[in-house]
Design a protein around this ligand. Structure first.
Ligand SMILES: [Zn+2]
Length: 109
């Protein structure tokens, strides 16, 4: 963690360098570089930060920030453009995706 200057000011969770909501753009770039080969650890780290931020902001009664908004702010951005973390769409054409009862009906005819 060398040279990372865009760190959050707690408990308000704004960047101490640029003043944007943390993680700011520069913080995201630094985190992506730092966790380039270990995205799972990045998510674990961000989830921990999210938990701390929720606690801090709840104490501040920052009611304008919903938990959904915080979740998006902390955890949605690393998965954008990264196919490995996308949920695969269910292919409804495959038999395995159908309910068991429906499959029996098809195979019994
Ligand atoms: Zn910043």
């Amino acid at each position: 963690m060398t040279g990372r200057s865009h760190t959050p000011i707690r408990p308000i969770w704004l960047c101490r360098t640029c003043g944007n909501p943390w993680p700011c753009g520069d913080a995201k770039l630094a985190l992506l570089a730092e966790y380039e080969r270990d995205r799972v650890s990045l998510f674990v780290y961000l989830a921990g930060q999210l938990g701390d931020a929720m606690d801090d902001l709840a104490k501040l009664r920052a009611d304008m920030l919903g938990s959904g908004e915080l979740f998006g702010r902390f955890l949605s951005w690393p998965s954008r453009g990264n196919h490995a973390y996308r949920v695969a769409p269910i292919d409804t054409r495959r038999d395995s995706a159908r309910p068991v009862a429906e499959r029996k009906e098809v195979s019994g005819s």
